[in-house]
Ligand binder design. Structure first.
Ligand SMILES: Nc1ncnc2c1ncn2[C@@H]1O[C@H](COP(=O)(O)OP(=O)(O)OP(=O)(O)O)[C@@H](O)[C@H]1O
Length: 491
């Protein structure tokens, strides 16, 4: 598209407002203009007299009384920050201004609804306990600037979000925003599963604004470096599209629940659940837990039966390569969800019987940990499942047998880039289901970071059952190299 420009006067000085398919630009040749002041507050801009942002960062534009208003998110100190620019026409032309602002808004919202209606759930107890100020000071002003409507609820107790989601009105909200860690995402999906119309509830997408300790979902959706960017997370809620994601049924002691992220036992469960009293440390508590595990070097005994889909790592790499090479539009199209019928029940469990003779593999050797999940990152510093795709119908499983302390430490190096994937000692399997049975009396089982009873359970994947809002139509794990690092040999 050729640039569509209008000449305005912003705080007494001339400025050109223009946009293309890709960018929005305010250009003022004169110093000391209001535009320049807004610009100077933003780092990384081409020059002091220009404000240039991706078109997608424009969240509102309108014109009234001969004046144009544009609201956008520009990067300030590396974070997306709300900026409001305005300008007046020099000589009339109110209808031209309105037409221009309309066109800008339509271009900035191409393919997505304007003025979304959100249910916002805030966990005042998530992570370092800052979710309320994150909402009031950062998220709310951006939602208002984008003319979005919302209802906000502060969660008052453990599993309050499950109750709220289980009663959510259908066809009212465009999405649920949770200002929390991963725990609330888990609770909302479980609430949807308990809804009188579960399959319709599961169509409501979730957007996460980071305010927990792990925030793995934000890492997967926003990508490293952006995962703590409240502005970017709010922009994703305003502009993201519904991306179907696989969920897992967990069947334990006859009770069915749902997991959207991970299940782990052994060292990786101890470093999460065993450090809950250290929540104030934020994500550093996981590192502390790992060091403790390194020193004690404890092994754990389980029986693990897996229904594999893929065990060849190079084939997994090929799937990731194909996903990276596709465009966001192709990815969203490939993942669009069917509309469920009225009264459609939850998907049935195919593997609930414990007869695992047909194509299942069983492991019983002592292990350091077993980690299964969806989404590459399980926390800011650990990309446990680098080849995980949002709705490939597979759960990724890592089985880490006993290794020496030095190999254990070496194995964790490069964990933020998914390098342990290439370690010869660990097994990596994509599966449609697995059954895990503890062979020891006591231990920790963490499911989506929450504590579960330490007893046998079945996990079974449901392709594309849930939905997260995303700008990209895939998880962001570009830091993972599709070639093994020089020092680690391929398994
Ligand atoms: N008002 C409340 N009082 C006590 N606990 C609450 C309250 N609201 C929510 N919770 C619980 O807080 C727990 C942690 O939630 P959340 O995931 O937001 O933070 P986190 O665990 O610090 O982050 P992460 O899961 O990313 O590590 C959840 O189990 C949730 O049920």
């Amino acid at each position: 598209m050729a640039a569509r420009a209008i000449e305005l006067v912003s705080n007494g000085v001339p400025a050109t407002f223009s946009f293309t398919d890709e960018t929005f630009l305010v250009d003022s040749t004169l110093p000391h203009s209001a535009v320049r002041l807004a610009l100077c507050a933003c780092s990384g801009l081409p020059s002091e007299s220009q404000l240039q942002v991706p078109l997608n960062s424009v969240i509102w534009a309108d014109a009234d009384g001969g004046k144009v208003r544009v609201h956008l998110l520009a990067k300030k100190h590396g974070r997306h920050t709300l900026v409001k620019v305005s300008g007046a026409a020099q000589d009339g032309g109110a209808s031209a201004l309105q037409e221009w602002a309309h066109a800008l808004r339509d271009a900035a919202y191409a393919g997505v609804n304007q003025k979304r209606y959100f249910l916002v759930l805030v966990n005042p107890h998530g992570g370092p306990g800052k979710a309320v100020s994150v909402f009031r000071e950062k998220v709310e002003p951006i939602l208002r600037a984008a003319q979005c409507m919302y209802e906000c609820q502060f969660t008052e107790y453990h599993q309050h979000a499950t109750k709220i989601a289980s009663e959510i009105p259908l066809d009212k909200y465009d999405a649920v925003i949770c200002i929390s860690g991963d725990g609330l995402v888990h609770e909302i999906f479980n609430g949807f599963s308990q809804h009188r119309e579960p399959m319709k509830a599961f169509r409501i997408p979730i957007a996460v604004v980071p305010a927990g300790s792990g925030n793995g979902t934000c890492m997967n959706i926003l990508g490293p470096g952006v995962d703590r960017d409240i502005g970017a997370a709010t922009l994703n809620a305003i502009k993201g599209r519904s991306m179907p994601v696989d969920l897992c049924s967990i069947l334990q002691d006859g009770k069915r629940s749902f997991s959207s992220m991970s299940q782990c036992v052994g060292l990786m469960a101890e470093l999460d659940l065993g450090t809950e009293h250290l929540r104030w440390m934020g994500s550093k508590r996981f590192f502390y837990g790992f060091l403790r595990g390194l020193i004690t070097h404890k092994l754990y005994h389980f029986s693990l039966s897996v229904k594999p889909i893929e065990t060849d790592k190079m084939k997994m790499i090929e799937s990731v390569r194909a996903s990276r090479e596709s465009s966001p539009a192709q990815r969203f199209e490939a993942r669009s969800k069917e509309v469920p019928e009225d009264g459609a029940p939850l998907p049935p469990l195919r593997y609930a019987s414990s007869d695992h003779s047909d194509g299942w593999i069983t492991f019983v050797d002592p292990i350091l940990f077993i980690y299964a999940g969806k989404g590459p990152y399980v926390s800011k510093d650990v990309m446990e499942f680098p080849v995980s795709l949002p709705s490939d119908g597979a759960i990724d499983i890592v089985i880490q047998p006993s290794v020496t302390r030095s190999d254990m430490y070496a194995g964790m190096s490069g964990a933020e880039r998914g390098e342990p994937f290439w370690l010869p000692s660990a097994k990596y399997i994509k599966a449609s289901a697995y059954r895990l049975k503890p062979l020891i009396p006591h231990g920790h089982l963490a499911i989506d970071g929450e504590r579960f009873p330490f007893t046998e359970y079945l996990a079974e994947v449901h392709q594309g059952l849930g939905a997260l809002l995303s700008m990209h139509g895939t998880y962001l794990a570009d830091d993972f190299s599709l070639n093994p690092p020089a020092k680690k040999s391929s398994r």
